[in-house]
Ligand binder design. Structure first.
Ligand code: B12
Length: 147
C-alpha cells in the first residue's frame, strides 16, 4: 500500500502553487497524498493525519506568519497520539531572514525537518523516504526486541 502523506498550507495563507507542485512530485514518487489545500488549521492537519493513518505531515507556509501559525502544532499531534514525520517548508519568516535561525526555531518547535523556498521537491522527497525507511527499521527492531 502506498505511503499516506498529509499536505497543506497552514494558517490564513492562500499560496497554492507550491503545494500543487509538491503534491504532483510526491504522487510521481508513489506517495498517496491527501492535499488539504490552503488556509488549513492545525486541527484540520491533526484530524486528517488521524483519519488517514498518515505517516507524514508536510506543512507549507509562504506569507511570513509560519512561526505564529505553527506554535504548539507538534504538541497537538502528540496529544492526539499521531506519531508522524513532520516537515515544514516555504518562505517561513518575514523578509530576508537568517535561515539557520529559522531552521533552529522550527526544529525546537518539534518539526523533524525544515526547508527553505529554494528547495527542490525531489530533495525533500528523498529525505522523506530516508526518514520513513529509518522509522520502519526502528519499529522492526523494537518488535524483535519485544518478542
Ligand atoms: C503568487 C504569489 C501570490 C498570489 C498567490 C496566488 C495563489 N493562489 O497561490 C497572491 C497575489 C494571492 C499573493 C498574496 C499574498 N502574498 Co504572495 N507571493 C506570490 C509569489 C509571487 C509567488 C509564490 C509562488 O507561487 N511561487 C511558486 C512556487 C512553485 O514556489 P513556492 O510557493 O515557493 O513553493 C516551493 C518552495 O517554497 C517549496 N515549499 C513550499 N512549501 C513547502 C513545504 C514543504 C514541506 C517542503 C519540503 C517544501 C515546500 O517547494 C515548493 C515547490 O517547489 C511570491 C514571491 C515568490 N517569488 O516566491 C509572493 C510572496 C510569497 N507573497 C508574499 C506576501 C507578503 C503576500 C501577501 C501577504 C501580500 C499582501 N500584503 O496581501 C498576500 C497573502 C495572502 C494570503 N492570505 O496568503 C511574500 C511573503 C513574504 C515573506 N514570507 O516574507 C512573497 C515572498 C513576496 C515578497 N517577496 O514579498 N501572493
Amino acid at each position: 500500500m502506498a505511503t499516506k502523506v498529509i499536505l497543506g498550507v497552514i494558517g490564513s495563507d492562500a499560496h497554492v502553487v507550491g503545494i500543487t507542485i509538491l503534491e504532483q512530485a510526491l504522487e510521481a514518487n508513489g506517495f498517496d497524498v491527501v492535499n488539504l489545500g490552503v488556509q488549513t488549521s492545525q486541527e484540520e492537519f491533526v484530524e486528517a493525519a488521524k483519519e488517514h493513518d498518515a505517516e507524514a505531515v508536510l506543512v507549507s507556509s509562504l506569507y511570513g506568519h509560519a512561526k505564529q501559525d505553527c506554535e504548539g502544532f507538534p504538541q497537538k499531534l502528540a496529544e492526539a497520539d499521531v506519531d508522524v514525520v513532520t516537515y515544514i517548508g516555504g518562505n517561513l519568516a518575514v523578509g530576508q531572514d537568517d535561515f539557520e535561525e529559522t531552521e533552529r526555531f522550527f526544529r525546537d518547535l518539534g518539526f523533524d525537518r525544515v526547508f527553505d523556498s529554494e528547495t527542490d521537491p525531489e530533495d525533500a522527497i528523498a529525505a522523506l523516504q530516508a526518514d520513513l525507511d529509518q522509522r520502519s527499521s526502528e519499529d522492526e527492531r523494537e518488535q524483535i526486541t519485544a518478542a
